[in-house]
Each structure stands twice: as structure tokens, then as C-alpha cells.
Design a protein around this ligand. Structure first.
Ligand SMILES: [Zn+2]
Length: 149
């Protein structure tokens, strides 16, 4: 992921990931390419979304963004973080440091995940979200393309 990606786009990505987890039971995206204009996220998933799921996904992400939830950060110990979120994607040096602090990013009560990126302060600033396309690009990889604003 590039360092100068767009904070509204990236905040929408958090909400999108949590909505995918709740709606279809995928994990968070394992690969994301965020740009100001259009972004894509790849998920480990055994099939494409149905049109109904895609519509529901877009509507649910927009419903969450429209609540204008606060986006907050907190720093916790690795052990504390391990109790509430997956730390699998943290760099090895962080995982190996028992004194290490992890930055958790919390979106209202909707989403919580470790992240070092830049976000908007309220989800309304990342709206509206538009799911541009969904496709099954290779075995077990579902790709979603989306825009915000
Ligand atoms: Zn983030």
C-alpha cells in the first residue's frame, strides 16, 4: 500500500472490510490498492458475490458511513491487542517486541483493527461509497473495486 493514499478512501476500506466480514463471512482484504479515483481490495473467498449481496454490501457500507461515526486511535500493548484483533499482518519486528505498542483504529463500535494509516475524523467524510465492480479473479480471490465521494 502506498503511503500517500487517500484518507477518505482508506477509511471506507475499513468499513468495507468489516461489512464483508459481517455480510458474507470473509476475512479482511489481504491486498488493497487505494487511489484517489478508484480502489480495489482482494479477499480470500470461494466465489463471486451475487448481485443481491453486492447491492446489500454497498447499501450497508453507506448506512455505516452515513452514521458519521468517529474514527479514533488508541495505543495498546501487543498482549492487549492480541485479545481483541488479529495481529497476523503486523510486521515481525512489532510482533517480536513484548514492549511494543500497537495502534488500534476504532470506527464507532463498528470496526476495530490495527493500522498505521491516515483516516478521516468521521465516517461521513468518506461517503458516499460506490461499489464499481466485483469479480472472481482467480481461485479463492474475490476482487472489489470501489469509489468514494
Ligand atoms: Zn487504517
Amino acid at each position: 500500500m502506498s503511503k500517500d493514499y487517500d484518507p477518505p478512501m482508506h477509511t471506507a476500506e475499513h468499513v468495507l472490510n468489516q461489512t464483508m466480514i459481517r455480510l458474507v463471512g470473509s476475512g479482511r482484504s489481504f491486498s488493497a490498492h487505494l487511489n484517489k479515483g478508484k480502489s480495489k481490495c482482494d479477499y480470500r473467498f470461494p466465489r463471486d458475490l451475487t448481485e443481491g449481496e453486492a447491492q446489500k454490501l454497498e447499501a450497508e457500507v453507506n448506512a455505516v458511513l452515513a452514521q458519521n461515526l468517529p474514527v479514533r486511535e488508541e495505543f495498546v500493548t501487543l498482549a492487549e491487542a492480541a485479545g481483541v484483533v488479529s495481529l497476523a499482518k503486523l510486521p515481525p519486528e512489532v510482533q517480536a517486541d513484548p514492549e511494543g505498542r500497537v495502534r488500534l483504529v476504532k470506527i464507532g463500535e463498528y470496526d476495530l483493527c490495527p493500522c498505521i494509516g491516515a483516516h478521516v475524523e468521521h465516517t461521513g467524510l468518506a461517503a458516499p461509497f460506490r461499489l464499481v465492480s466485483h469479480s472472481f479473479i482467480e481461485p479463492d480471490v474475490l476482487r472489489l473495486r470501489f469509489k468514494v465521494g
